[in-house]
Design a protein around this ligand. Structure first.
Ligand code: NAD
Length: 289
């Protein structure tokens, strides 16, 4: 039976670290500032943004939410981003996804100052990640949180074979770069990967990271004995329950360690967002902790 990786507990540890760091900054007169821009009234996004604001407040971070109506013109959002780029009290800016179609999301991501790009979606930061540059730059928070989960679980990555399912810029792609930089051999699978190839590669994988939103895509029989399984997927079932991409019941019989859904990767994402906000504040004010 697999060891269940307790994302909630590790996320709490990260939050405690963040709270301590915020306290240290406050002692030096600095309150980290996080600006969250939301466009339109998508109910799920409203909940995410509210949770981010609450978590920020709890950690002592100055969280601000800037809401635009669904029919806002692109220029207004762009002007706000530029204003926040100039605002010395703001260290971190994020644009909640999705945005209405008249707003070019990539253009907005590129407009966010790379040194305030808390989601790590500015092409300059993505480029640094893929070039494996030294020095500090923000990295997307879900993949960064997963790296922390793997580290806390003492999963050896060097020389291992890792299968990632899903290639979004939010999860799969940055993870590919992060894991490859740790000398793992990484296969990045997507919806056009033939089923047979997916099954073959999964059989050989030491670590499987599923981020597709396809419930039940990974079954216990797909896994190599002792594999580590990280389930990023979140799908709400008709009965209201949340489920991941991995069939937990069969997978836990074969895996050596596995994340549950909920309570695995999810809590890490928000904790890591707070961590990145503090890191950007430290960089911005040229502090040391
Ligand atoms: P997305 O829709 O942008 O990407 C889905 C990816 O899955 C695509 O790359 C697609 O090619 C791939 N895919 C689809 N079917 C596949 C198959 N049969 N085999 C292999 N790959 C396949 O989604 P996303 O934003 O990357 O999110 C993925 C999932 O992770 C969703 O369920 C989302 O809710 C969840 N998510 C969770 C967190 C968290 O904090 N836990 C954060 C981000 C996303």
């Amino acid at each position: 039976m697999a060891n269940i990786i307790n994302g909630k507990e590790i996320a709490q540890q990260v939050r405690n670290e963040v709270t301590n760091q915020v306290q240290q900054l406050a002692d030096q007169g600095i309150i980290p500032g996080l600006a969250v821009i939301i466009v339109g009234d998508d109910p799920a996004s409203q909940i995410y943004v509210r949770n981010k604001e609450k978590a920020a407040a709890k950690a002592g971070i100055n969280g601000q939410t800037i809401s635009f109506p669904a029919d806002v013109v692109e220029e207004d959002v762009l002007n706000k981003i530029q204003e926040l780029n100039q605002d010395d009290t703001i260290d971190a800016i994020l644009l909640q996804s999705p945005v209405p179609k008249q707003i070019d999301e990539q253009k907005m991501q590129s407009a966010i100052d790379p040194s305030k790009d808390v989601d790590g979606f500015n092409p300059l930061n993505i480029g640094k990640l893929f070039a494996n540059r030294a020095g500090y730059y923000p990295i997307a928070n879900t993949p960064k949180g997963i790296m922390r989960l793997l580290a806390e679980t003492q999963v050896e990555l060097s020389g291992k074979f890792i299968v990632i399912l899903g290639r979004s810029i939010l999860v799969g792609r940055p993870l590919f770069a992060l894991l490859e930089a740790q000398n793992a051999t990484v296969a990045l699978l997507h919806r056009y990967t033939p089923d047979e190839l997916r099954h073959n590669l999964l059989q050989q994988a030491d670590v499987v990271i599923a981020a597709t939103g396809v419930p039940g895509l990974v079954q216990g029989v797909d896994l190599k004995a002792g594999a580590v399984v990280i389930d990023v997927g979140i799908t709400r079932l008709p009965d209201g329950h949340l489920t991941g991409d991995v069939d937990f019941t069969t997978a836990q019989e074969v895996a050596s360690a596995i994340t549950p859904v909920p309570g695995g990767v999810g809590p890490m994402t928000i904790a890591t967002l707070l961590q990145t906000t503090v890191e950007l504040a430290v960089q911005h004010h040229q502090m040391e902790l």
